[in-house]
Structure formats: C-alpha cells, structure tokens
Design a protein around this ligand. Structure first.
Ligand SMILES: *[C@@H]1O[C@H](CO)[C@@H](O)[C@H](O)[C@H]1NC(C)=O
Ligand SMILES: *[C@@H]1O[C@H](CO)[C@@H](O)[C@H](O)[C@H]1NC(C)=O
Ligand SMILES: *[C@@H]1O[C@H](CO)[C@@H](O)[C@H](O)[C@H]1NC(C)=O
Ligand SMILES: *[C@@H]1O[C@H](CO)[C@@H](O)[C@H](O)[C@H]1NC(C)=O
Length: 355
C-alpha cells in the first residue's frame, strides 16, 4: 500500500515537473525557428513569418488574449528594441533572448498592467534594463536567468505609477553593469531568491518598497569598488504610508563574498528584519546602517572585510532602534556618531568601538 502510494506520488511529481517545463503543454502561441527564419503561430494560424526575431515575438504576444500563454522556443536577438507584454498575458522565454541597449527602456516591458506572468526567461546581451516595469498589479516572475555583459537586470521605475503584489521566484543575474534587481514603489513583494554574480552595483536594491518578504540574497563579486551592496535598502524603504517603521520587510538570509558592501541601509529606510547574514571579505563595509530606523539583524557571521558600522549623516535624523546580533571575526565594529536605542550583541574577535 505504502509502496503503491509512493509510486503514485512519484508519478504525480514527475507529471507536475513535466508540466512545469518552459513551453510545455499547449501554449496558445509559439515562436519557433532560428538564424534568420522565424515563425510565430497562434494555434495553427501563422501570425508572423520572416527574419525579424523581435517582430515574431511581438506578433505572438499580440495574438494572445488575457489568460493565454506564449512560448518563445526560438533563440535570437531582438537588438536595441523592446517587447511589450499587456495585461493577463503569460510569457515564457524558453530560448535565449539576446538584447542590446535601448536608452531608458527595457528589452521587455510591462507597464500599467495587471496579472502579467513571466514564468521563465533566459536573457543575454547588454540591455539598458533587461526587464522594466511600473504600475503593475499581481505581476509574477518565475525563474529568470540573465547572463549579461552590462546594463541593469530588473527595474521598477522611480518616477512612475506604483506596483502592488509582485512575486518573483529565482532571479539569477551574471554580469550586469548596474544592479541585478532594483525596485521602487512596490507594496507587497515576495522574492524567493536573488543570486547575483559579477554585478557592478547592487544584487537587490529595495526603495520605497513595503510589505516585502525575501528568501535569499546571494552576491559574489557584487558592487566591487563602489558603495553599493549585495543587499541595499534606500530612499525610505520600509517606511509605511503613515510614516512608521513597523517591521514589514523580512529577509531570511543575505550571503555576500567580496565585492563592495554586504548589507547597506541608508536614507531613512528601515522597518526590516534580516534573520541571518553570512558575509566575508567585503571590499567596503560588511554592514553599514546609516540614518536607518527599526532594523534587526538577528544572527550570522562576518569574516573580515570592511568594518561593521552604524552611522548617521547630518541631513536626516540619527539611526535609531537598531538591533545587531552577530559573530564578527577579523574585523571591527563601530558606532559613530552614536545612534539612539541601539542594541549590540557581538561575539568573535572584532575590535569594538561602540557608544
Ligand atoms: C555567460 O555568457 C558568457 C559569454 O557571453 C559565457 O562565456 C558564459 O559561459 C555564460 N555563463 C553562463 C553561466 O551562462
Ligand atoms: C582571520 O585572519 C587570519 C589572519 O589573516 C586568517 O588566518 C584567518 O583564516 C582569518 N579567519 C577567518 C575566520 O576569516
Ligand atoms: C528600542 O528599539 C526596539 C527595537 O529594536 C523597540 O522594540 C523598542 O521599543 C525601542 N525602545 C524605545 C525606548 O524606543
Ligand atoms: C579571530 O578569529 C578567527 C576565527 O576564529 C581567527 O581565524 C583569527 O585568527 C582571529 N584573529 C585574531 C586577530 O585573533
């Protein structure tokens, strides 16, 4: 009996795994072909045939309605152009979509939309933004892999309509010149993982983003030679609409190796709980909390790297209501200038200069 149920469970697991592959099942529209010959079809109807990969993708996207799915099976280059995804559409990038820089724009954009899903995407090249969003509601990104030679991975715009209920699965970004993932103006964000490798600025940068839950932020060689960080909160991140910093940004774990800073909170951000950190050999501060309010870093280790510091600049109220419990070795820990209601619990052999 047990064996029977186990077999059934295995078969069901295999079936759901198979269903969960990019382009599997019966997508409503597909893009196929290669080289200079691409075809977009909606069911059995051809909606594009020709040499332009971008035009084929856009024709396929435009052919489906809300709740329908397009699978881009072909690989190719869209050049310095933009693919636009409208409300309710499901976009699967199963081939590799190569991109180039279109100033101020995303290689793929979804603006002022509801219910867009991008369960899979593999992107290469040097886009201005790989993915660009604003004004979205119920956006879902699944497994997104960007192997870039420059540009910014995923960007939610600053000076545009706000977003709500955004979900991301595993976001892996290599080689972005700027940030791997940069948010502005999101209320309600869930991210499983951001993995950033050899990225110029931040791994994950949250700004004016509230009610966020993030599993892992993992950076290696991120922000080298800059003041950016594997995980950065800035520009009033985590400040609720009533002005309060009640905890609403929850990060399970930040891992950072080398690069610039590990964890950086700045410019009146806070309301955050980081359950665990694992930071080593950061080229700038392993941790810097500067003019931040109500942040807890509850466990973890820092080995070497730049000093762990709480600080404040004159332009904003001093850092306040911070809790830091860590093992810090081969480093120093400093509070300067003194904050208000700061609770330190530091073990390890770091030198300490606290208030
Ligand atoms: C990323 O792309 C570069 C060349 O563009 C290639 O050499 C490298 O293997 C790729 N890495 C991954 C992880 O795909
Ligand atoms: C601390 O530094 C010493 C001397 O450079 C090194 O031998 C040791 O491995 C470092 N320890 C850790 C935990 O990084
Ligand atoms: C000090 O900060 C903690 C959070 O770290 C908060 O719970 C507590 O209420 C604060 N105490 C005062 C006196 O503000
Ligand atoms: C500090 O502790 C680490 C880890 O135990 C050790 O490797 C290192 O040698 C120590 N450094 C000093 C200066 O005691």
């Amino acid at each position: 009996m047990t064996r029977f149920f186990n077999s059934v469970a295995v078969l069901l697991a295999i079936a759901s795994f198979a269903r969960a592959q990019c382009g599997s099942g019966s997508p409503d529209a597909t893009v196929t072909g290669s080289g200079s010959s691409f075809k977009a079809s909606k069911g059995s109807t051809s909606v594009y045939s020709g040499s332009d990969y971008r035009a084929a993708i856009q024709a396929a996207v435009d052919s489906i309605g809300s709740g329908q799915r397009v699978a881009v099976m072909a690989s190719g280059s869209i050049g310095a152009n933009t693919i636009t995804i409208g409300s309710g559409k499901i976009f699967e990038g199963c081939g590799t979509i190569d991109t180039a820089n279109r100033a101020g724009h995303g290689a793929i954009e979804s603006l002022d939309t509801t219910g867009v899903k991008i369960p899979y995407l593999t992107m290469t090249g040097n886009p201005y933004f790989g993915l660009r969003f604003y004004g979205t509601k119920d956006l879902e990104l699944g497994s997104i892999t960007m192997n870039l030679s420059g540009g910014l991975g995923i960007r939610f715009d600053r000076d545009a309509a706000a977003n709500s209920n955004v979900k991301m699965g595993t976001i892996t970004v290599h080689g972005a010149g700027s940030h791997a993932v940069e948010t502005w103006n999101i209320d309600g964000l869930t991210i499983d993982k951001v993995v950033a490798r050899d990225v110029g600025e931040c791994g994950l940068l949250l700004q004016k983003t509230t009610n966020a839950k993030v599993g892992l932020v993992d950076g290696d060689n991120v922000a080298t030679g800059t003041g950016y960080a594997t995980f950065r909160m800035a520009n009033n991140n985590g400040q609720l609409s009533n002005g309060a910093y009640t905890p609403n940004v929850f990060i399970d774990k930040v891992v950072s190796r080398g690069g610039g800073r590990g964890v950086f909170c700045v410019s009146q951000s806070g309301g955050a709980v980081i359950t665990q950190v694992d930071l080593a050999n950061n080229g700038n501060n392993a941790i810097l909390l500067e003019n931040c309010y109500n942040v807890a870093i509850n466990s973890g280790t820092v080995n070497g790297g730049g000093e762990v510091r709480i600080s404040s600049r004159d332009e904003f109220p001093v850092s306040k209501d911070l809790t830091i419990k860590l093992t810090v070795n081969n480093n120093s820990v400093r509070e300067s200038p003194c904050g208000t209601n700061i609770s330190w619990s530091i073990s390890g052999n770091a030198s300490k200069n606290l208030c």
